[in-house]
Design a protein around this ligand. Sequence first.
Ligand code: AMP
Length: 404
Amino acid sequence: MTEPRATTEALAVPDAILVLNAGSSSLKFTVFALGEELSPIVSGLAEELASAARFRARNEAGEVLGEHAWPDGAPGHEGAIAFLFRWLGEHVPDLTVRAVGHRVVHGGATYTAPVRIDADLLAALEALVPLAPLHQPHNLLPIRLVAAKRPDLPQVACFDTAFHRTAPDLAQAFALPAEITARGVRRYGFHGLSYEYIARTLPRIDPRAAAGRTIVLHLGNGASACAMLGGRSIASSMGFTAVDGLMMGTRTGALDPGVVLYLMDEFGMDARAIEDVLYRRSGLLGVSGLSSDMRVLLASDEPAARFAIDLFCYRIVREVGSLAAALGGLDALVFTAGIGENASPIRAKVCAPLAWLGIELDAQANEGRGLRRISTEASRVAVWVVPTDEERMIALHVREVLSL
Ligand code: AMP
């Protein structure tokens, strides 16, 4: 009676974890079926929530399961979450959401691991808003909305800073007066959920890299680098905020702080105007004057586009040198996120000047797709492309924290 059993299983109510990742005007979600394998059932995005909002959901194969537009204006996060729960109820009728996991950008110095959310935690996370004013409020809003709508549903906060709390004090300190440091002005590091996912993947694919000295390059619209020793973060390119370190899509990366003073004195800029320059008008977009999208720049013959790419890669090469010094050598280099996973010319341009570190790229493997080693057999340093999956990392945390 194999067939009826299979049918029953197919109709069985899938208990699931809902993962939410809220940005300033967007809400990403993925539903994972609980089980030994956390299988994604449906994922999607509601975007431009403050203006011409749109919703789209896809199954694991990438087929569109549903689309929606709000012609009469802006639903905000509240409307988007209400719509999402309604949509899931209608389109995945057997679904039972057992818990919700959230990406929360800042856990401060206190939260070194994911935690179940209650009123006290929410208040503590609220107090961290000044540390990440552009992101934290958007992360906390869906938590409050879900708590109001479904108070029965356990929620878990997963922090982008948590993975870096293993870094030594030296790596987390600025050379500032002690009373300023005491107010929490220190290097926190971000993209932690991505790095943690890579750290959990390494033992399976490269035990030497997992146990040894590895630099992970998370190169997406936001970009950073992390030095891992035995799978734990010991240093990262991002600091107090997510604007430090590598050049990004629209963010400067590391900048002489004297530039900020100069912009105030000579350009008459206030904090908000400078914030706009540092976060939204710089990086690949600002330097190229063309686009923040690496695909557009790679396809362009404009000298400014070439220069932006050159600068992007130069900054990465410099940072790899710095992190390799912090690690005392290098066993593996991992590329991940949108650019890291997909842009073979960028990987080639980063690896060529790092030959002195023992990196030798296999040109053919570099052109391939998916998780793979892209260095030659002879390369002293193993170079990998590992697709990241922050949503899965959150779902894994939810399962662990709640023992589901
Ligand atoms: P993420 O923030 O991880 O989604 O990455 C977004 C970035 O990845 C954008 O700058 C895209 O231009 C870049 N990206 C995505 N696919 C490709 C590709 N095939 N080639 C080059 N860059 C890509």
